[in-house]
Structure formats: C-alpha cells, structure tokens
Design a protein around this ligand. Structure first.
Ligand code: NDP
Length: 479
C-alpha cells in the first residue's frame, strides 16, 4: 500500500516514529494509502529546517521569490488531471468539481500571491519639514499553516502561498482526512526548485502533529482554517505565547430570499449554494429564509430540483459525491434525527444512499431539505456541514435580519432581491464577514475574506494576507 511522506528540508521523508495510519477513500469506504503519524519530533525537525531557511528566503529578491511561486502555479496547472483525480478520490467530491474549482483555484492562489507580492508597497507618512516616517513590512519567521478537509489543496495553498510570498518560511499540516494533494504539492515544490526548508509539510493527527505546530516556540504566527471548537483551543493555547493568529472557522450561513428576486436565477444558485461539495463548504447557505408570499412556490420548486440531483460515483457526472468520512456521515445523519425530534419535517432526503458493487461501503448521503423548525432550535443554530438545509418563512425585513443574525456564527450570507435600497440596507445590517447580493461564492481574491463572531478572527485575501504575514515597523527620520 502506498505510504505518503512528509516533506521536510526539501526531501520526502518517513515519520521519525515509523508509524502510519489509514487513509480512506470516501466513495468506497476502503483504505487506499497510509498517512505518516507525525509527532513532536517531526514538527521539531520541520521547524528547525524552516528556521534555518528563513534568512535566505526572506532576503531573496521579491522577483526571485515570485518566479518560484509562479513555477509552482504553472506545475499545478500542468498536473491538473492527476491533482483533480487525487482530490476527488481522497475527499469524495465530484471529479468535475475538483477539476473546475479546487485545483484551478490552488493554481490561482500561487499565481495571485506570486504576482501580488510585486505590488505590495510600504506606506510613508510625512511630518512636513520635521520628519518622514516609513513603514517597513517585514517577514516574521516561520508560519504555521493548518487547513481542513473540505477544500484540501485550495485552502492549503490559500495560506501557504501568501506566507511564502511575503518572505516567511512555513510548517504546514493538511487535514489527516485529506492529505493526498498536499503530498503531491511536495513533489511539485521539489520540481519547481523551492529552496530546501522553505516549505515543510508534516502529515498527521490534529491533536498531535497539529498541536505541536500551535505550541512550538519558534512558530510565531498561525493561520488556521477549521472548526470553531479547534479554533477556540488554538486561541487559548496561542494567546499566552502572543502569537499572531488568523482563524477562519465555522459558519451557519443564511440565504435571505425576497419575493421580488429573479426567481430562476435565485433557484439555480440556491440549489448550488446548498449542496455544492456535498454541502461541505464553510460558505454554503444552510438556513434558507424565504419571504412568505413566495414560500410555497419556493418550497415546491426547490424540493423538485433537489430530488432530481444525482448522488454517486464521484468520477461520473453526478451532483453530489460522497461526504468525507464515516464519522462525518454519522454526524450529519444524527442532525437529521435531531431535526425530527425538534419537530421538523423532512421534505426530501435524510438518508444514506446505498449503491451496489464497488461503492457499497461509500459515504453517500441524499441532499436533504427540512422545514417547520424555529430559528432558535439546535438544528438551526449548530453547524452541520453536510448536504442538509432548512427552509423558513419570514414576513418583514426586520424579521429576516433577526433570524439571520441569531446564531453565534457570522461567516457569509446571501441576499436575493431586486430592490437596491433593501439590498444595501440588509447588507449593512447583516453580522457576517461576507455578503453576496444576488449571487453566491463569486470570489475576487483581492477582497477581504473571513468571518465575525465565532466564525473567526482576522482576514485573509488580497493585501490583508500580506498584512497578516508581515510585521509593520515604523521608521521615523528627522530631517
Ligand atoms: P477541524 O477543526 O477538525 O480541523 C482543521 C484542521 O485542524 C485539520 O488539519 C485538523 O487535523 C487540525 N487540528 C485538529 N485539532 C487540532 C489541534 N488541537 N491543534 C492543531 N490542529 C488541529 O476542522 P475540519 O477539518 O473538520 O474542517 C471543517 C471545519 O472547517 C468546519 O467547521 C468548517 O466550517 C470550517 N471551515 C472554515 C472555513 C473558513 O474559511 N471560515 C473554510 C473551510 C472550512 P486533523 O484533520 O488531523 O484532525
């Protein structure tokens, strides 16, 4: 069976302990590779390599750093098919999605930050005849980057690319559930000539290898994307060490649909925003609030389209592949049971999809729509992170806003209306880091990305990421 390897100091290496654990293919439920069970010793070696590489990498000309990152971007593009197939197999997502979204976006991340750094300039502040201040934005040192399983290479590269472009070196850990494309990225970095030690990828369990990164004294900044509970632990652990933190956490995103929206446009997008990637995108809308005059029409049409969605072999033309793991499938199904206990009616879905043959053990779930629940119940307050949405009617703008803002999360929201004044007003009043008006997941990499409340701390994207991965220093010169 294939054994994945860590990427430390420019080389692919086995974990020091020699221990591995199983990597499952979600569509078949079978083990297909082995993941290094790295521990503190591997993180120590990786961090030492990153620390040693920092002086050279941070002083390398910006153009040279940019050239190397653009070579990595190019190689990701050249290996699109292999990477997309690996991502689909490792995560269970439809191959089509990996090929059109995940891998192209990973390529764009390296391209965007590889070129963006060429335009990242310092400010200066004149004090007239007295003095001039300028701000040096300097790389900090070793960055710890930890990413989740839902968009594996996409989110891994979203952190690594700006950290490296800004002149830091990196110790990174992908999710143990989806390590494969990070492993392939190691090989690409070697081929691209990334100097040794600049990027180190350590595979393993969150509470072991991940925690060792968070706690390491020589890693002064952490960029983390994952669950809110993990984020809370990281914040508590990093705070006494005064580490710089960027936390992109969970969501319970509302879609607010007004009667005056473009119905067809809204319907097409709402089906996608509910179930893309099996509903496992932190930005998926999971609470659909519909203005009462169109509630019944919405419900009938939405359920009809959801019932028509195809679930199955991710390598074929399906709408949904498998969810990422057996425990996750069980968690999602337990929320369907909870919704029923809370008085909800399952309008469609709610069950595991059983497929004969090769996929009989796969973690497939029906796309599920539930109605009849109050906005305050657990089903409507807790992140499910799977193909399950609730629909609820509302009567006024105020009520929609109250329901939308009622959870502890505040990542993203979508609003559907043709009333310009209402769109602006609602956008202003929503407690989320991102508001999409008449669209969803329309991303410009220059924009600030992140959430409020329990959805995170800090922003990534555009120059925000460079601000995070550098430390500003004020230099004041008296004339
Ligand atoms: P987790 O928080 O379980 O894991 C995220 C990463 O952290 C994984 O690499 C995990 O490793 C690692 N980890 C776990 N425990 C620790 C620890 N104690 N110290 C350091 N690292 C640790 O999240 P999931 O992987 O389950 O991802 C799903 C979550 O991510 C959802 O809540 C989703 O909303 C959120 N998310 C947020 C996004 C955003 O931009 N706001 C975007 C995408 C997802 P391992 O896998 O080995 O456990």
């Amino acid at each position: 069976m294939e054994k994945l390897q860590n990427y430390i100091n420019g080389e692919l290496v086995a974990p020091i302990s020699g221990e591995y654990f199983d990597n499952f293919e979600p569509a078949t439920g079978k083990v297909y590779s082995l993941i290094p069970d790295s521990d503190l010793a591997d993180v120590e070696t990786a961090t030492a390599a990153a620390k040693a590489a920092f002086p050279i990498w941070s002083r390398m000309s910006i153009q040279d750093r940019s050239d190397i990152l653009l070579r990595i971007a190019q190689l990701i593009g050249d290996n699109l098919d292999e990477l997309a197939q690996a991502e689909s197999r490792d995560n269970g997502k439809p191959l089509k999605l990996a090929r059109t979204v995940d891998i192209p976006r990973a390529q764009s991340n390296f391209h965007f930050y590889g070129t963006g750094i060429l335009h990242f300039a310092s400010e200066s502040h004149s004090m007239g005849d007295l003095a001039i201040n300028y701000t040096l934005r300097q790389a900090i040192g070793v960055a710890g980057c930890i990413s989740p399983w839902n968009l594996p290479l996409y989110l891994f590269s979203w952190k690594i690319a700006p950290a490296l472009a800004a002149g830091n070196t990196v110790v990174a850990k992908p999710s143990e559930v989806t390590p494969y494309t990070a492993y392939l990225l190691s090989k690409i970095c070697i081929e691209a000539g990334l100097p040794k030690g600049v990027l180190n990828i350590v595979h393993g369990l969150g509470p072991k290898a991940g925690a060792a990164i968070i706690e390491h004294e020589d890693i002064p900044m952490i960029s983390f994307t994952g669950g809110t509970a993990t984020g809370e632990w990281i914040a508590r652990t990093a705070a006494p060490k005064f580490k710089k933190l960027s936390l992109e956490l969970g969501g319970k995103n509302p879609n607010i649909i007004f009667a005056d929206c473009d119905f067809e446009d809204m319907m097409k997008t709402t089906v996608r925003s509910s179930f893309a990637n099996q509903g496992q995108i932190c930005l998926c809308g999971s609470r659909i609030l519909v203005e009462r005059p169109i509630y019944e029409k919405f419900k009938t049409e939405f359920v009809k389209r959801v019932k028509a969605m195809k679930v199955g072999d991710p390598s074929t033309d399906v709408n949904l592949g498998a969810v990422v793991s057996k425990p996750h499938m069980e968690k999602v199904l337990s929320y369907v049971e909870l919704a029923k206990e809370e008085g909800g009616t399952v309008l469609c879905g709610g069950k595991r999809v059983m497929i004969d043959g090769e996929f009989s053990e796969g973690y497939f779930l029906e796309p599920t729509v539930i109605e009849g629940l109050p906005h305050t119940c657990r089903t409507n307050q807790e992140e499910i992170f799977g193909p399950v949405v609730t629909i609820m009617p509302f009567d006024t703008d105020e009520e929609a806003l109250m329901m939308a803002n009622s959870t502890k999360y505040g990542l993203a929201s979508s609003v559907w209306t043709s009333n310009l004044k209402r769109a602006h007003t609602i956008a202003r009043e929503l407690h989320t880091g991102i508001v999409w008006i008449n669209c969803w997941l329309l991303r410009d990499l220059r924009t600030p990305f992140g959430g409020v409340k329990s959805s995170g701390v800090g922003r990534e994207g555009g120059f925000e990421a460079f601000d995070f991965f550098t430390e500003p220093k004020n230099v004041c010169i008296r004339y």
